[in-house]
Design a protein around this ligand. Sequence first.
Ligand code: DHB
Length: 299
Amino acid sequence: MVKITGIEFRNPTILASGIMGTTGASLVRMANSGAGAVVTKSIGPEPKTGHPNPSMVKLDCGFLNAMGLPNPSYADFDNEIKIAKEGADVPVIASIFGGNAEEFVRVAEGLTEAKPDAFELNVSCPHAEGYGATIGTDSCMVEAITAAVCDAVDAPVWVKLTPNVTDIRSIGKAAENGGADAVVAINTLRGMAIDINSGYPILGNRFGGLSGPAVRPVAIKCVYDLYETLEIPVIGVGGVSSWEDAVEMIMAGASAVQIGSAVHEGIEVFGNIATGIEQFLQDNGYAGVEDITGLAHEV
Ligand code: DHB
């Protein structure tokens, strides 16, 4: 059991935003497969079709994707959150996005009746024009958006950070100053793949967000730096696919670990990782995850 931002989780594994999070039923399925909590696909102020296909490329080191934040808008998604809340016995976190503070607030308020256990602000999509990284690389905007949402809702507010910056600590600090209850690090790294036979970039959007094993060491360093700088909890995400990866992320400073790309290997990943962490804690005489959070800073 872990408690983060006032919410209790039966284990420290969380379904990351973007995968298996577009319907209430798929969120329930992830909860039933062992996840300690689930995060929805990001929801915005207006219906959005997203980028042209292909929107995903499998690489030997992970995935590149550029979906383009496709979603039916908050007005058509609150019911999916209600379905998830009714069917899943774990916290349900609503990932939301907008182009400015007013849009973030509109989406958060529009979903409040569905009672998500927390909001995760996606200020870090690497390629959605007008949304995402143009916001998440600007400390002033991150602070203003965070403050506006914190003001508008009672639920805890988590802010998901982009690694596509020179110093993630200053953006994390801006989220903390805005009143964030936690930061989530990292969103995907900007990347590209080109088909050498045609000479064309493979993704419809030409470039996309890199996830999976390739980004894990980058995520570890970001979590390590944020843990050192911030007072609020850091939730780690980026390429975790085994319990050993999760323990490393926790030792860097994470209070819990989100899992995305590894879900492609099988949905039993949550249960397997949670069991592995528990066994590691027992074998080494630790009482809980908090005993090893940030351990790498003490040596
Ligand atoms: C998308 C959003 C993200 O936050 C991300 O990291 C990658 C892709 C998207 O919807 O395209």
